[in-house]
Write a protein that binds this ligand. Sequence first.
Ligand SMILES: Cc1ncc(C[n+]2csc(CCOP(=O)(O)OP(=O)(O)O)c2C)c(N)n1
Length: 356
Amino acid sequence: MPISTVFEGKTEYMQILDKDSKVDAELDPGLPDEVLDRMYRLMVLGRLWDHKCINLQRTGRMFTYPPLEGQEAVSVGSVLAVKPEDWLFPSYREWFIYHIRGGPLSMVNMVWMGMEEGMKLDKNLRVYPYAIPIASNLPHAVGAAYALRMKGEKCACIAYCGDGATSEGDFHDALNFAGVWHVPCVFVICNNQWAISVPRKKQTDSETLAQKALAYGFSGVQVDGNDVLAVYKAVKEAADAARAGKGPKVVECITYRIGAHTTADDPKRYRSEDEVLYWRERDPIKRFLFYLEKKGIWSEAYEHKIHEEADRLIEDAITKAESFRQDPKEMFRYVYAGMTRNLEEQMKECFGEEGK
Ligand SMILES: Cc1ncc(C[n+]2csc(CCOP(=O)(O)OP(=O)(O)O)c2C)c(N)n1
């Protein structure tokens, strides 16, 4: 695509399932029923888990927590699209990714309960601990992609960030090196329209975030991030191409953060109810439900069963997480592979000589 047309705002855009569940048959990836079923179950579980975490935080059983509602299709669609050998580099709002990859649900809420244990991820699942400093995971993903290629591993790195993160130096450093080194890295930008109280329009004058890839020598695509099929297809194509040596790609997912930035935020102070309503009508789960109903997969009984299963998983995860007794010394021990002198001194100050 010529660069000039991109700067007129004509970045390639993909939507397969529109807000009224009308499907673009030509683009429909035609996934088997069991994959569609898994997508739906995971999105429902993600939402119910999200609501539960907010309640836990409000009742003092969890600390500050970043809600996921509205963005489930990005996490679920992208993770199911890639191979188990691909590495994932999430940002804090993609906390659900570890469970989608097969990690226990109890682990993903332990961090927000203040327990280091929740960041001790199973290396075999190839998920990096999610980054709280925004965009800091992106150079890590590029470095890992470079290293994996040197080791001869045929896999891709999938790195996540928000729209706000695209204004960070780390974002540009990462894309620049990804382009120069031609590494197998897919950047999934979760454009949820807001970076806390800063709207997307004040973040950058670029027409799209996807077009930022062009400056670094590779391409970007925009997708409807509330359409799990479009996210799946775009990320799969990008990851397959990356693994085949065709270099990096940006996939900008247009979505919306329905809830607050975190439980410490009040979005009513900076955005309108009408805007939230507009996006609620574009809900990723609702439109997928009607798609599944037309395919004969969804029914009232199916929905009921899924909710029952999700409730059981959630209760079990909470019991496990709350019964875990975290050794407080781990907050010093777990920062680096080995403790620095400063950390040793701080730990001694807290726990005395026997603290070692
Ligand atoms: C390097 C860095 N600077 C500032 C912050 C404070 N901060 C936390 S979240 C956030 C906004 C991020 O917005 P975006 O990248 O769009 O992600 P979203 O929270 O919308 O998912 C900021 C500025 C931070 N975590 N890290």
